[in-house]
Design a protein around this ligand. Structure first.
Ligand SMILES: Cc1cc2nc3c(=O)[nH]c(=O)nc-3n(C[C@H](O)[C@H](O)[C@H](O)COP(=O)(O)OP(=O)(O)OC[C@H]3O[C@@H](n4cnc5c(N)ncnc54)[C@H](O)[C@@H]3O)c2cc1C
Length: 440
């Protein structure tokens, strides 16, 4: 299959060269000095990402020729433990600041202002790293990080399935006993998994036994016999390179089962949820980055806008500022061990919807032929529609918000139970199908 997944590649385009992301701090932010420095750093790094974005949109594998861009190397650094970071190429302070959920939301917004597709096409641990961090023992952890830092390495996080979507508790991919030596056998399918057809390693969620604690996460090498993945056609955000994985009699050694040293209640499903909730503020950050970029582009292209049009654009910017504050609030809560599933889902789905709405408004304000005359806007228009599906759809998050409202406390946030040292996850998010759904 060609890299376009059967679709014709978009035509070669040249974007306007003027690139002026707003100076820090962005409206709605109240960042401490290290995060403000990170914000400034990422603003500078995003230079050059527009052109890279056009190349990745035409051919997502073009990312392999863009690894020299500082943003490409930087985005992965915060997801590495300090001992594996590249301290020569990247200054330590912004890397450290980007390692938190809030730091990643700030980073994702600034880099997505440059280009969200490039950000998703980059090599690095991404969501699989969060699963490893949550579940792996010391040996698994060391082997994983040595692998992903020894050379540019693409990874994947395989949860969503053709028949069950991203309902983590319903997944069907099976992990069954093999012939002997404790070996296990993996069979099943995963669909819409970012980068899988180009990855060297990744995590697959599968079922070893009935019930929520029968779910396992296994770390695979894509060169293992029985692993096959092909790219799916994408209209927008093509850098994500979503793929269909087929797992056929793939032999899994016991040491590939993440968290084998943990009790079942702290293994597969725990890891999936840990990743899902933490990934959402980053997706919201990306959606806000593109929203801001589209507003700035529209204002720059139509400097003498009538007051009524300007006020509609300002209305979007006001809503983006309000959402940015909420994204930073939920990300900051996650960093403090408070995982309020309905609130996290609410800000992610509102940010995704605002990005879509903003591209529609920009297309209207720039005139009937705007999507032909403004290729960058046309690309943004296609790209933002993916945010709705990444990390769960709006309908699923609205259900989660409903559960949160019924249970109360949605607007107040939760508190980590004293002395547990564990993330606090309100039960609505774990027990309800709605809260447990969603992937990237
Ligand atoms: C760019 C991109 C990257 C992605 N990357 C990954 C990845 O790396 N790994 C991965 O595992 N997945 C990934 N996904 C998949 C993504 O997580 C799923 O597409 C998403 O969670 C929705 O799942 P689904 O498409 O199977 O739809 P389903 O979950 O099957 O839902 C289908 C429709 O039914 C609605 N629905 C579902 N359940 C309910 C309910 N209980 N009540 C009401 N309505 C409901 C949904 O809102 C939706 O409209 C990616 C998707 C995209 C677009």
């Amino acid at each position: 299959m060609s890299d376009t997944g059967g679709l014709a590649a978009p035509p070669a385009v040249t974007y306007p060269t003027a690139y002026a992301p707003p100076a820090a701090p962005l409206a709605g932010t109240d960042l401490d000095p290290p995060l403000r420095a990170l914000d400034r750093h990422c603003r500078e790094l995003s230079e050059g990402m527009r052109e890279a974005g056009a190349a990745v949109d035409r051919d997502p594998d073009a990312i392999a020729g863009l690894l020299h861009l500082p943003a490409v190397g930087f985005q992965a650094q915060g997801s590495l433990p300090p001992e594996y970071r590249d301290t020569v190429a990247h200054p330590a302070e912004p890397v450290q600041a980007s390692a938190s959920s809030l730091g990643w939301a700030v980073t994702a917004e600034r880099l997505a202002y440059g280009d969200a597709g490039v950000l998703l096409a980059c090599p690095g641990p991404s969501l699989s790293g969060l699963a490893v961090e949550a579940l792996a023992d010391d040996t698994q952890r060391a082997a994983y990080y040595e692998r992903v830092t020894s050379a540019p390495t693409w990874t994947f996080f395989g949860l969503t399935e053709p028949r069950k979507g991203s309902a983590a508790m319903e997944l069907e991919t099976s992990l069954a006993p093999g012939d002997g030596d404790g070996e296990l056998v993996l069979d099943g399918e995963k669909r819409y998994v970012g980068t899988a057809a180009r990855a060297q390693t990744g995590v697959v969620f599968c079922r070893r036994a009935p019930g929520p604690w029968g779910i396992e996460a296994v770390l695979l090498d894509t060169a293992q016999p029985g692993f096959k993945a092909e790219l799916l056609p994408m209209v927008g955000l093509r850098g994500a390179r979503i793929s269909h994985i087929r797992l056929t009699g793939l032999r899994v050694r016991p040491e590939q089962v993440l968290g084998r040293h943990r009790p079942p209640s702290r293994r597969g499903l725990y890891g999936a949820l840990h990743v899902l909730y933490r990934g959402r503020p980053g997706i919201a950050g990306m959606a806000l980055g593109v929203t801001q970029a589209v507003c700035d582009y529209t204002a720059a292209q139509r400097p003498a806008m009538p007051a009524a049009a300007r006020s509609r654009l300002d209305g979007v910017l006001d809503r983006a500022a309000a959402l940015r504050r909420l994204v930073h609030t939920v990300a900051g809560e996650i960093d403090r061990g408070v995982v309020d599933v309905p609130r996290i889902g609410a800000v992610k789905s509102r940010a995704a919807a605002l990005a879509e709405e903003t591209t529609l408004l920009a297309a209207e304000l720039l005139g009937p032929a705007s999507l032909i005359e403004h290729p960058w806007l046309e690309k943004a228009y296609r790209d933002v529609r993916a945010f709705e599906y990444m990390e769960g759809t709006g309908a699923v998050h609205r259900l989660s918000v409903f559960h949160g409202l019924v249970k109360g406390g949605l607007l107040g946030g939760g508190q980590a139970p004293a002395g547990t040292g564990q993330p606090y996850v309100p039960t609505a998010g774990v027990s309800a199908g709605a809260g447990a759904r969603g992937a990237r």
